[in-house]
Ligand binder design. Sequence first.
Ligand code: FEO
Length: 402
Amino acid sequence: MTKTLTKDIFYVGVNDPGLTHFDIVIPTECGTTYNSYLVKGTEKTALIDCVKRSFADGWFGNIGGIVPPEKVDCLIVNHSEPDHAGGIVDLLKRNPKIAVYLTRSAKTFIDNIVNGPYDAHVVEDNQELSLGGKTLRFMVQPFLHWPDTMMTYAVEDRVLFSCDFLGRHFATEKVFDDELEQTEKLHNAMVVYNSMIFRPFKEQVLQGCERIKDLPIAMVAPSHGPVLRKSWRDAWAFYRDRAALPLEKRKNERQVAIIYVSAYGNTTMMAKKVAEGVAAAGLKPKLVNAAEVSIHQILDDLDESIGFLVGAPTLNSNLPEPIYSMLGYLVVLNVKGLTSSAFGSFGWSGEATKIVTDIMAAMRIKVFPEPIKFKMTPTEADLATCFEFGKKYGEAVGGKAA
Ligand code: FEO
């Protein structure tokens, strides 16, 4: 499918409506699209991004509806994650002389996707490329959301190719936002996408929002989901708020999330005493039973906290699933360098706290205080230790010292 965005800019991306999970862990209830665009100047034609490699045939068909893929002069790589760059391997087979414009960081990734020679042109921020009557300006935005990321702005047409930024996973044949029914699903696709992909990059999202705030924009053409002709300001405000509000909340509320599960109430008893210790350090504890709330709620609580602790009983020498799952989802947060620790009750052998802190250490989380565990029902003395554990932790992450 192709679609005309402006007289000389065309959508040539592909739909993947059957995708249920992106990057293994990100649910995509509405599938996704791999957006690619073609920009025609009087002298040169440029592609903005490729598609996932398994969709390359459909992509070539779309490009071919406008210009033979072998005749495209330039490829702009806004981002080298394989959902956008995978198709470059097949493109280079058909068009080995195509000039590839990309950031220095993107080149390191593309080199290892192509694994062979290609005509690479490393770009700098604000560098422009003339296609003849059409100017492409490269806006390098590291970590929005990969180190390689840039946006590309078509100056004369005022079209911003925003990469993953301002996108969402939502398969559609309509292409334009104002052709779609404004359903809850369409909005939720943006909520989940933002939550799962942009949470760790709040400062970079705010920089990106600031950079385009006053840019003359007729439409935002992201790498996933609809082209935003009508609602790009709404998406911009949503992205900005989702980045700014947790940062404000961390600063103002100084919350510590205590994420726990408990089979017989013993780890709950410990969690409550840990919370009292955190409060004694002048911070606001938030107890979250991971077996009772959604992972999205847990991630929101973690995101709004200056630190977190984990309470996990041992079940058959292992961790209960909600805690495993929560730890797995820490990949969508920026936890490197944080301080955390674990506590829990056990019956036989008590491996859970060590499993939790081993995972934390592997994620470069500093483990402090030393994890604590007690056999079966904690005694008054054990609970006093829990209080001290919470207080020590609170003081370590910015609470008041005794
Ligand atoms: Fe859509 Fe970061 O790839």
